[in-house]
Design a protein around this ligand. Structure first.
Ligand code: DX5
Ligand code: ZN
Length: 214
């Protein structure tokens, strides 16, 4: 089995010390850095935007895994790509279905990976047709908006259907309430990338926490 991609979410880091907190997970074996962008409309919370991604690009070589929890994500693909994103993930619920193919094409035109995410209540059957176009499908295992919420097992149960309908190389990522125990549930179902915020950043030993997810 190929390696699980661990993407610590800096939503749980200290925003006054992002460089330090990225170096910490980088040294501890993280594969990607997960950046949660929230606009106060698609989700009730507001976090960070393009200038922060641009600054982070200067302090890490790890791929920047940018999770857009925003309305009208198509408007912001170019600035986030130019800021140095390596993966841009938009939400299925934030776009019109007829625009999805074009949005994916636009993300890929910058030479980066295109991801699409689904919220807990979204029926997986609705998105199966897009899987061949995508590099990554992000299955939310909490309602997007905040770190530190409880894992929803029924969301992870969407993974086998995704896997059965996806090309071999599709990255299946989960995000929300991931810890050593819930990570196992997700990887057993077929997840290949795990996002974790609180579990990694609140751990006493961050290296061990990352290891325990693999
Ligand atoms: C939630 C974000 C997550 C969040 C996960 O809307 O998309 O990336 O940081 O945090 P934990 O791992 O603490 O649930
Ligand atoms: Zn996220």
């Amino acid at each position: 089995m190929s390696k699980i991609i661990i993407s610590p979410s800096i939503l749980s880091a200290d925003f006054a010390n992002l460089e330090r907190d990225i170096k910490v997970v980088e040294k501890a074996g993280a594969d990607w850095i997960h950046v949660d962008v929230m606009d106060g409309h698609f989700v009730p919370n507001i976090t960070i935007g393009v200038p922060v991604v641009k600054s982070l690009r200067n302090v890490t070589k790890l791929p920047l895994d940018v999770h857009l929890m925003i309305e009208n994500p198509e408007k912001y693909i170019e600035p986030f790509a130019n800021a140095g994103s390596d993966i841009i993930t938009f939400h299925y619920e934030a776009v019109k279905p007829e625009n999805i193919t074009e949005i994916i094409r636009t993300i890929k035109s910058f030479g980066i990976k295109a991801g699409m995410s689904i919220k807990p209540k979204t029926d997986v059957k609705e998105i199966l047709e897009y899987l061949p176009q995508l590099d990554m499908l992000l299955v939310m295992t909490v309602e997007p908006g905040f770190g530190g919420q409880k894992f929803m097992q029924d969301c992870a149960e969407k993974i086998p259907t995704i896997k059965a309908n996806a090309p071999e190389n599709l990255i299946i990522q989960v995000d929300g309430g991931i810890n050593a125990e819930t990570a196992k549930i997700c990887t057993n179902f077929g997840a290949t990338s795990l996002v974790a915020g609180n579990y990694i950043y609140k751990a006493e030993n961050i290296e061990q926490a990352i290891q325990s997810l693999r």
